[in-house]
Ligand binder design. Structure first.
Ligand SMILES: Nc1ncnc2c1ncn2[C@@H]1O[C@H](COP(=O)(O)OP(=O)(O)OP(=O)(O)O)[C@@H](O)[C@H]1O
Ligand SMILES: [Mg+2]
Length: 259
């Protein structure tokens, strides 16, 4: 089930360094939101706070609230492992378990969450997740072969299958296409477009065309200088951000006049 995310005045730290300051944003369910901005402005850092991955980094902490359909992920007593099963993440480099079979890769997240699952249910879940990731037809005859035997684009779709097998509410993607060729990139973009029927998707991208193609809303982050915190500068419908932004910095960034 797709859920909304509401962030209220979030500050994000690495020990004493405030990497991201004062972010408030409302992310709709069943939509695709793109995070854009220059390198080092805190896009990945902020993204990782949305499923409590930030705090696994030593010194990583946050102030403020992240609400998933109204429930604060940072409230006392909330289990971060449960949060990470509700809000899945896909990384820049496809990271399947290389020696594990394709089938077991799809089930890896489910097993990590300690769920026992009967063979027939597992088979059905593997097929459904691989179909959902647009990978089934390419791998259905070699489910017992290692994940490392797939192309980069296939591996990334395998990672997406692993993420959706857990049945999350939200899928976070940090530059999921940056290691992929243009054809695989378009395959992932098509997939993102389908995923938003069922999930809330947040994607970090450096590719302006990609943000324009896949997202409904775009958030532009920026930093005033080295050592300064990243901030959310502007957040709006993607069409508005690209054609008629309110801030000069946004205009400069999306038109490539930057730095
Ligand atoms: N593990 C870490 N420990 C300390 N500081 C970090 C850590 N990871 C990131 N930072 C710092 O936090 C700031 C934001 O980094 P972040 O990786 O979130 O930027 P980004 O917008 O994702 O950049 P890019 O577009 O290059 O991926 C940077 O100043 C970075 O050096
Ligand atoms: Mg990053």
């Amino acid at each position: 089930m797709s859920k909304r995310i509401d962030v209220n005045d979030l500050n994000v730290y690495y020990s004493k360094f405030r990497a991201v300051e004062g972010v408030s944003i409302n992310i709709e369910a069943k939509s695709v939101t793109a995070f854009i901005g220059p390198s080092g402005c805190g896009k990945s850092t902020f993204l990782r706070t949305l499923n409590r991955m930030h705090e696994v980094i030593p010194g990583g902490r946050v102030e403020g609230e992240v609400l998933l359909d109204g429930d604060n992920l940072y409230a006392p007593g909330v289990d971060p492992v449960t949060v990470r099963s509700q809000i899945g993440m896909v990384f820049q480099r496809p990271n399947p378990f290389p020696t594990m079979s394709i089938r077991d890769n799809v089930l890896a997240g489910v097993k990590l969450n300690g769920k026992k699952i009967a063979k027939s249910d597992a088979d059905a879940l593997v097929e459904k997740s691989l179909r959902g990731a647009n990978l089934w037809n390419e791998v259905k005859d070699r489910l017992d072969k290692p994940g490392a035997g797939l192309s980069g684009g296939q591996q990334q779709r395998l990672c997406i299958a692993r993420t959706i097998a857990v049945k999350p509410d939200v899928i976070l993607m940090d530059e999921p296409c940056s290691a992929l060729d243009p054809i695989s990139t378009l395959a992932i973009e098509d997939l993102i477009n389908e995923l938003k029927n069922d999930y809330t998707v947040v994607i970090v991208t450096h590719n302006m065309q990609q943000a324009a193609r896949v997202s409904d809303k775009t958030a532009f982050f920026n930093i005033a200088g080295t050592g300064k915190p990243g901030k959310l500068i502007e957040y709006n419908d993607t069409a508005t951000i690209f054609s008629n932004p309110a801030e000069q910095a946004t205009e400069d960034y999306v038109s490539g006049r930057f730095g």
